[in-house]
Design a binder for this molecule. Structure first.
Ligand SMILES: *[C@@H]1O[C@H](CO)[C@@H](O)[C@H](O)[C@H]1NC(C)=O
Ligand SMILES: *[C@@H]1O[C@H](CO)[C@@H](O)[C@H](O)[C@H]1NC(C)=O
Ligand SMILES: *[C@@H]1O[C@H](CO)[C@@H](O)[C@H](O)[C@H]1NC(C)=O
Ligand SMILES: *[C@@H]1O[C@H](CO)[C@@H](O)[C@H](O)[C@H]1NC(C)=O
Ligand SMILES: *[C@@H]1O[C@H](CO)[C@@H](O)[C@H](O)[C@H]1NC(C)=O
Ligand SMILES: *[C@@H]1O[C@H](CO)[C@@H](O)[C@H](O)[C@H]1NC(C)=O
Ligand SMILES: *[C@@H]1O[C@H](CO)[C@@H](O)[C@H](O)[C@H]1NC(C)=O
Ligand SMILES: *[C@@H]1O[C@H](CO)[C@@H](O)[C@H](O)[C@H]1NC(C)=O
Ligand SMILES: *[C@@H]1O[C@H](CO)[C@@H](O)[C@H](O)[C@H]1NC(C)=O
Length: 342
């Protein structure tokens, strides 16, 4: 089955949640793979214990109260938000089935470095069928453990249908191509970004070969509105705005459309983080923030009311809202429907 981005979007619009008695079956275990940078990094890494049903994040462990699964202080210490981040909220709070999170994102990643490393050196050898030299028959060779001591295996594998591959990358690629950081200011975004996107979608092809079929892409937030940029002045604001616009309006949609059309069975959706961030930044008080410019610092957890945790990252309250907002779009790529009637 082949879905274009637009067809997939239409699926969302028509997939109004109607809970039917006949659907009263438990949803399958969902395997949620995440690749990205500090906006998505949870502290999980290649040496962390694999996610299990008892510990769906692998690392850091969940809090102990069923009402506050994310209430482990260690979680906040591993993220850029002074609290949980969007994949963790999705996995444990807005999930509609048991959801295992494989969050490979690492701080500072851009496409040619950390992002490539996550896909090729962590995901593929450890979590994809490539590990067993088994190219793309859509089953993972390593068993998912039950979380019991000694790790009894469930004999469970993920398939294209029971997994979603989320990517939120590009924030640092804009940095490295921007006037603020580049060593070659005469190279415009229109020359600097496309080779990076070529690499990005070569990696998507790799994921496809390992069995990935459901792709969730997140576009770039309005980075020019982050204190790190606007405090530098209008020249930098204009520069970042231009890079973000090129990425969101022109490059990313084309690459996604081409990838989706040329890979049979792929479903893809683009989540519009730009609109989400802009909506809150335009009217911060409506959403419980003091203003749209103040920030604290990573580790300063007693500062309340700021949208930004530091000069380039949003606080956990933003991630919480963000993850809730993503659910409707995720259903288009296989996020299980509303909780079944029991
Ligand atoms: C995401 O979901 C929202 C709410 O259903 C919808 O308005 C929006 O068009 C969706 N976006 C995409 C890209 O599908
Ligand atoms: C990787 O995660 C483990 C916990 O699972 C932690 O002990 C270790 O320090 C981390 N390694 C790095 C390089 O961050
Ligand atoms: C988390 O970081 C805070 C502030 O740096 C520190 O006081 C606290 O002990 C840390 N908690 C854990 C569980 O590491
Ligand atoms: C959501 O995830 C949590 C943590 O794994 C789990 O306890 C809960 O049962 C899940 N919710 C559903 C509806 O499966
Ligand atoms: C995938 O490959 C493995 C190892 O070669 C094999 O055991 C398994 O049956 C294959 N699965 C499918 C669905 O073909
Ligand atoms: C998984 O663990 C639970 C208890 O933690 C146990 O009841 C169940 O039988 C185990 N399932 C398998 C397949 O080992
Ligand atoms: C995967 O989903 C597709 C489309 O919904 C369906 O045609 C196919 O039978 C499913 N495969 C498995 C193994 O469930
Ligand atoms: C997308 O595909 C079209 C038609 O094959 C091609 O002209 C265009 O260059 C491709 N764009 C990208 C970004 O790959
Ligand atoms: C609260 O934050 C301020 C700086 O903003 C710091 O001086 C103070 O020690 C912090 N208090 C606690 C309890 O973390």
């Amino acid at each position: 089955m082949r879905f274009s981005v637009l067809v997939a979007a239409a699926t969302v619009a028509s997939a109004t949640p109607v809970v039917k008695r006949q659907q009263a079956m438990s949803n399958p275990i969902l395997h949620f793979f995440v690749f990205g940078d500090s906006y998505s990094s949870s502290g999980f890494n290649e040496t962390s214990p694999a996610p299990t049903i008892a510990q769906p994040l692998g690392f850091p462990p969940l809090g102990t109260s069923p009402d506050d699964l994310l209430g482990n202080p260690l979680i906040a210490n591993q993220t850029s938000s002074n609290g949980p981040i969007w994949p963790q909220f999705l996995t444990t709070r807005w999930n509609t089935s048991t959801t295992l999170l494989y969050d490979f994102a690492i701080s500072g990643a851009s496409i040619p470095d950390g992002y490539t490393d996550q896909a090729l050196n962590i995901y593929e050898p450890k979590y994809s069928s490539l590990y067993a030299g088994d190219y793309g028959n859509m089953s993972m060779q390593i068993p998912v453990t039950n979380g019991s001591a000694g790790g009894g295996t469930l004999g469970m594998t993920w398939t294209g249908n029971t997994s979603i591959f989320a990517s939120w990358i590009g924030i640092n690629d804009i940095n490295w191509c921007s006037l603020l950081f580049t060593r070659t200011p005469d190279v415009p975004f229109s020359s600097c970004l496309p080779p990076r996107l070529d690499e990005y979608f070569n990696l998507m092809d790799n994921l496809y070969i390992t069995g990935a079929r459901n792709f969730f892409f997140v576009n770039l937030p309005p980075l020019q509105r982050a204190p790190m940029v606007f405090e530098k002045g209008q020249k930098y604001v204009d520069n970042y705005a231009q890079g973000v616009e090129l990425w969101n309006q022109h490059l990313l949609p084309q690459y996604i459309a081409n990838f989706t059309a040329s890979h049979p069975g792929v479903r893809s959706i683009t989540y519009d983080a730009h609109t989400f961030f802009s909506t809150i930044l335009d009217r911060p008080r409506v959403y419980g923030f003091r203003d749209n410019t103040c920030y604290s610092c990573i580790g300063c957890r007693n500062v309340t009311g700021c949208f930004w945790s530091n000069n380039y990252h949003p606080v956990w309250q933003v991630h919480d809202r963000l993850s809730r907002d993503m659910v409707a779009n995720l259903t288009a790529v296989g996020w299980p429907g509303p909780q079944p009637i029991t």
